[in-house]
Design a protein around this ligand. Structure first.
Ligand SMILES: [Zn+2]
Length: 42
């Protein structure tokens, strides 16, 4: 199950991937949802 990318990410972590790009990884901040979110920010 994927959450919409527009929701806020809770306990976000920045992860630098092996290709040098940065990803934000965290959990969905919506109530009753603990979906995982991940976005590439650079
Ligand atoms: Zn969610």
């Amino acid at each position: 199950m994927k959450c919409k990318n527009t929701v806020l990410v809770r306990s976000a972590k920045k992860i630098v991937m092996s290709n040098g790009r940065t990803r934000i990884s965290g959990t969905c901040s919506r109530e009753n949802c603990d979906g995982k979110l991940s976005k590439i920010i650079s």
